[in-house]
Ligand binder design. Sequence first.
Ligand code: F6P
Length: 539
Amino acid sequence: MKTKINQLQEKTKSWRALEHHQKLMRDVRLKDLFADDPHRFKKFSLQVGDLLFDFSKQRVISQSLEKLCSLAEEHALEQERSALFLGRSINSSENRPALHTALRDPSKTPILVNGEDIKPLIQAVLQKMEIFSEKLRTGEYLGATGQLVTDVLLLGIGGSFLGPQLVTRALKPFQQSKISLHFVSNVDGESLNNALKAVNPHQTLCLINSKSFTTPETLLNAESVKKWYQAAFQIESKVNDHLFAVTAKPEKALSFGIPKDNIFEFWEWVGGRYSIWSSVGLPVAILLGMEHFRAFLNGAYKIDHHFQSAPLAENMPVLMALLGIWNINFWHYFTLAIIPYCDGLSDFPAYLQQLEMESNGKRVNKAGELLTYATAPTIWGGVGCNGQHAYMQWLHQGPLIAPIDFLVGVKSTETAFPEQQKFLMANCFSQSKALMEGTLLKDNPETLNNAAYCPGNRPSNTLLYPSLTPEILGSLIALYEHKVFVQGVIWNINSFDQWGVELGKTLVKSLLPQLDKQQILGQNDTSTEGLISFYHAHK
Ligand code: F6P
């Protein structure tokens, strides 16, 4: 009888075909592929709307893509995709659907969750967001003591923070409001202190973003902010008037003291890291206006439509996912660098860290069996030109190879400095070119061992778009969401739970009281005891 491990190590036909194919590709040089085929870019790039995806600098030929598409078919990708959009309970460990796509679907076609059509719920919350954000922006909505609201303080972490931060910063040129938005995410008292010092409680509203409304970091900060308001207002009702919640647990927000009208609901079937399309996007509506928030939703919807309708071989998120699997599982390139060449997307690597690593950083498959292959890559990166003067050396010459996603807009949104923009583009294109072709050896073959030699043949994608508009940003995020989904299907894992973060949360509950005591109780390992002793000695 076979052991469980042996059964798992049996590879599918497509997987074995890809392993064999990778061996044949090992010595193939990208530079030669380009030299041999003048149509390579045309064959290995794709445009959806205004978004161009160039994957011609990946280590693939046509047969590679055919084999990768067979792998997707073998995993019934099309059926799984339907299950996602139809709202089947694909989050099996929590027995719920993952319906972020419904949030950006403007059609009235019903989608049922527990027998209830969720479309009217979505529209009602969008409308509430619209009315509130409009009143706030126009100054019709005043603080409890009759003063104009000038600042919004957002408390939240993970998906309740990264999305609002990314989108409001990336789309700053579209900001319509004079309101300043401040984020406190970590429980670093210094950050909270700095944020509170910068604002006036009479003119500041606090938005508590928490799907579960139990996240200790967010709630601890929220309690402190409540005390700060209490000190300023003395009257409880005025304090509460300044508190707002974005949550899937309205009853918990109510017991915190937040008035019903100040609660913007979303639902269990929206994963935290997929929640920017819900009322979690309220700060976007406040700063940019609902029109721009809707354009952002529309950009995502366009990708949803493309993902559902395009054949696998011409499907942008599917190809992105398959190329990722090719790099991770067959070339063993275990990281992915996200390098946007515009400061507006400087938060994109952090956003994708949660999206990719929390979704697909899993060790067992859907049947609870140990995986024998790698899943989500380590996501890292940062803005382009800055990276060229920091970590890009590692990418060009380090012995480890990291595939890269370059992202860049042709025009900056406010075209005040066209020379800068041209220079930025030239740098972005030069980096992927240099990584692909390396140092040209024709004249000097002996330079191979020279410190200046760059080996090249290093894979990258480039995502190019006219400029970073709300619609384009919506499309970009949705593109990566579906890429993550497709990879989860092929790795046969649940991309929508995150049990791994629970252990740390549980331990903190038992460790916290020990920081109040002078005596070490000897209940920890020596390292943890040593760290606690140091804490007591220096607090
Ligand atoms: O990190 C775990 C996590 O549950 C994320 O998935 C989520 O985005 C984050 O915590 C914040 O959770 P909440 O919105 O419930 O406060």
